[in-house]
Design a protein around this ligand. Sequence first.
Ligand code: GCO
Length: 485
Amino acid sequence: MEHKGGLTRRALAPLMAGAALSTATACSPTGSPTVQPKSRRFPPGFTWGVATSAFQIEGALDADGRGPSIWDVFSRNPSHIVDRSDASVATDSYRRYADDVELIAGAGLGAYRFSISWPRVLPDGAGAVNEMGLDYYRRLIDALLAKGIEPYATLFHWDLPQALFEKGGWASRDTAKWLADYGAVVAEKLGDRLKNFIILNEAAVHTIAGHVMGIHAPGLKDGKLLGPVTHHQNLGQGLAIRALRAARSGLRIGTTLALMPSRPVGGPLRFWNLLPAEAFDAVWNGAYLDPLLRGTYPWILQSYVEPHVKGGDMTVTRQAVDFLGVNYYSPAYIKLDRSNPSYIGRGDPPKGVEIDAFGREIDPSGLGEMLARLRNHYGNPKVLITENGASDPLSATAPAILSDRFRIDYLRRHLETVKVAMEHGSRVGGYFVWTLVDNWEWDQGFTAKFGLCAMNRASGARTPKASYEWLTMLAKTMLLPTAEI
Ligand code: GCO
């Protein structure tokens, strides 16, 4: 499938969490060593948390006046989801949120990142506010606060109200304004108790997987959407930050990016892979970092976004944020693909490296690289690692691995890298594991299991894994265990 002037599924699919290889394996028991921090002690006030998103956990899609989202519609077609599952129950957290809060409190974590379902709050995307939907978040937030857990809410984690998609979705400039209006409603209604906001989650994934490759909702495969969807999300984010600040003072506002170092495949043809790797970096990282932190777009992206950028827009996209959320899982390997109009092709990771459940290289140094880039080229913003984690090998039938040494090693090695970056001056204030309970992983359905806790899908009962106990100890002692522990 080729897309004029854009990116193709073939070029990008295996880079995405959503394009898993079935030959997945968990990483080796201890993993290759990372650069070691001088001290394994995290500073007082460092925040430990877990991250989730509404559509992946809530279930109860028809409860209390919620409207449909693009993910309801997309996942209704079973051919879109590898195990033909849907998210109508998920982890049943709409009903079982108190169980989740117990687990978070039980681990002694100081923070919980969840997302607010836009169509629960505004069933038509704009206009009439659904108080019953808001009440769910009031209950959740109150339960968290009662246990001393700080809520961090993502406003948009990919579940656009279907009504807004039908009016053009992110291809339309209007959606930027609707995001801001929705943000103002949430700030006004919940801002008395909710102080930490993450505007967007991984806009790059929503753009590429949802609008260019069609493997995520809304399932569009159109390279021409790259420019408008990228720009309208950046614009909406800027407008939303302004709207939240106008609605209330004292909010801490950030946004979350999926940062992935883009590495040209090596070997004798490396030279030819340099420009495609730079292009991928622009589309994936720079497309969201630059408008927010510099008020510009990377040069490679100019011709895509230019027709959609109006006078004054780049002043709106550039906002001072209280923190930048960084999600990190793996680096990307890129090579020249001349059969693809974008010339961006997916390359294989070097031979012999450790591979995660999605066929991606496990390499904490990629996180170190992105943190160094933020430090050296983007004014060293305050950072929260808003997602990092590892799945069991993908399987529709295998039970969750409770003795999950591989996950502990993955988390430990990435945290060693975070600590080293902090020792070099990075202002990292917290770390959120993806995720609390095994949940519904988009197009991968229930085949991926990222949880610190397993879930019995028949009873809904949650069972902590070894990694849950490990994180509990870390949050309590602030001391990162060595490989042996
Ligand atoms: C993401 C998503 C999560 C995924 C997680 C594991 O931000 O990509 O926030 O929803 O489930 O990354 O793939």
